[in-house]
Write a protein that binds this ligand. Structure first.
Ligand code: GH3
Ligand code: MG
Ligand code: MG
Ligand code: MG
Length: 323
């Protein structure tokens, strides 16, 4: 339960201890040119929700792009065209999903039908019954809250699918997709795509000497040092274990070597503090560098060349960069 509550909080969603979505009042925008009717609607909703009245449809349209849970539009208004406001709300990307409750005159069939065709979520007929208003508004707000919850969950899941759980860097799946796209569009004459393959030296000794958890701490700190030494356009990734890759778009071999050297020095230059600062470990890495040359070189071939650099760096005594 705690975990579900925790995950709810991470998603920025208000859940109770059982992980259920907490019912909360909605931000309701009432768009009406008739102050008396608008006030009546507002009064009926203010116990449960946070309603506000807007008489200018242009302002309402802008507000509907923001965090509004329900827009109630008086389609029978004389001062503005409620149907037009609904059409604009639905055709603007940022407000497309804002629920709309239309207040219609039951005698005005054409407008009622048009409102439904424009995609209003529900209809209230005049004279507005307060109980019916409260019930229909509550249903729309609940639906909106649940849709928001699902969308956040989906966004979160999509992000997790391309993120390495231990370090927060991009994962292998993400790296493969990005590298494929970059190598595919690399052209003659440009600086090309460079990749670094990074492998921690004698990492097994850290695990054996200080435990797997200390090893994980080293991996996390290592990820921070890699990420802080690359540029904003570079993609630092963890493929698994102690194998890391940095994908560098539009980067010459010369620049890639410079950045690799910067990472190597930063990793080896200051000890890693682990186990609540009780241990200080000196960590070094071997880095292989490769830059795409031939058009048609596959991402796998490019990575393999960088990997061969790592292998050679290990053979020559580790703690070095080899292209
Ligand atoms: P070398 O200098 O030749 O790279 O030596 P090494 O000890 O780093 O060699 P190797 O690459 O074979 O060892 C990697 C070790 O990393 C083996 C494995 O137990 C450990 N390892 C793999 N994944 C993880 C992980 O997620 N967490 C921790 N703590 N250790 C891991
Ligand atoms: Mg390794
Ligand atoms: Mg190894
Ligand atoms: Mg290693």
């Amino acid at each position: 339960l705690r975990e579900r509550e925790e995950s709810g909080r991470r998603l920025g969603v208000d859940t109770d201890s059982a992980g259920r979505l907490r019912a909360a009042g909605g931000r309701v925008l009432i768009v009406d040119d008739n102050p008396r009717q608008g006030e009546k609607v507002l009064a009926r909703l203010s116990d449960e929700h946070r309603p506000a009245i807007e008489t200018d449809p242009a302002v309402a349209l802008i507000a509907a792009r923001g965090p509004i849970d329900l827009m109630i539009v008086n389609v029978a208004a004389a001062e503005f065209d409620g149907l037009r406001l609904i059409a604009q709300t639905r055709s603007t990307e940022a407000s497309r999903r804002t629920p709309i409750l239309a207040i219609v005159d039951p005698a005005d069939r054409p407008r009622l039908i048009k409102a439904l065709e424009l995609g209003v979520n529900d209809i209230l007929t005049k004279p507005v019954d307060p109980e019916e208003l409260a019930a229909r508004a509550r249903t729309q707000v609940r639906r909106k809250r649940y849709a928001d919850f699902l969308r956040q969950k989906l966004d979160y899941s999509l992000e997790m699918a391309v993120t390495d759980a231990l370090t927060g860097l991009h994962n292998r799946r993400y790296m493969a997709g990005q590298l494929q796209a970059l190598v595919g569009r690399a052209n003659h004459g440009g600086p090309g795509v460079s990749v670094l393959v990074l492998d921690i030296d004698h990492f097994k000794a850290i695990n054996d000497g200080f435990g797997h958890d200390a090893g994980d701490e080293v991996l996390r700190e290592f990820a921070v040092r890699v990420a802080t030494n690359v540029r904003a356009i570079d993609l630092p990734c963890r493929l698994g274990g102690e194998e890391f890759v940095v994908v560098m778009p539009d980067t010459s071999m010369e620049s890639a070597l410079m950045i690799a050297e910067r990472i190597r020095r930063d990793v080896g230059g200051a000890p890693f503090r682990v186990m609540d600062g009780r241990e200080e470990l000196t960590v070094t890495i071997s880095i292989g560098v490769a830059t795409s040359q031939a058009v048609g070189e596959t991402p796998e071939a490019l990575l393999k060349r960088a990997d061969e650099g790592v292998y050679e760096a290990k053979a020559r005594g580790r703690n070095q960069v080899i292209a």
